[in-house]
Write a protein that binds this ligand. Sequence first.
Ligand code: MG
Length: 240
Amino acid sequence: MCLDVDDTLVDSAGSSRHSLRALVGNDRAWSVWQRTTDRYYARFVTNELDFDTMRVERTRAFFAAFGEHLDAAEAERREARRMAAMQRAWRLFDDTLPCLDWLRGSGLRLAVITNAPGAYQRRKIAAVGLADTFDELVISEEVGAAKPDPRIFRTACDALGLHPAEVVHVGDRLDIDAQGAARVGMHGVWLDRTGTADRPTDVPTITSLFELPGLLMSDLPAVPAERRGASGRPLAQLSC
Ligand SMILES: [Mg+2]
């Protein structure tokens, strides 16, 4: 069983929004911050920028959008303040621990698959109390490939010692998580916490991690034969 971290287990958007309030006194520019983050985080994920450079450049771009042009030193100071506020606000969603407890109690081996810097993400996982929860932490910076690159999903399956058709991956991004996992023959599940989007036809959708046990015990569709390979088995036959 694989899970994404940010906005799947950890309310990263919530902590980021809190940090923006700490930085500028309100969150009226939240959508600008989100767009700027999407743009710059993508450059980190593709190795165009290292994580610390990305953070500073993102902060400069954000303030530049409002006509304030920061030098690198000032951007670093503001980003350090924002990061400290964000880390104090890291929280699990209410459904995270009950779901993880159920998965553990079912005897499933657990891994995370996350696009992030290794040390930073390990610190976050420990800060929210999950340091001893997972059998494997599969982190893009350490793997050298980021979701939806098939290599990171295959790395996770290999680390668990399982064929992709025996592994479920749940995440909040339809394209990067659920469909990316499905493309390598895993059972991709989309966690749409908004519950408002049109449901895709190619992967199952849940709106809360409370729904995951029911999905696992009921009717996850079998992985199509062309994705399965010779040893693929439907989920209902999974051994733990
Ligand atoms: Mg996520």
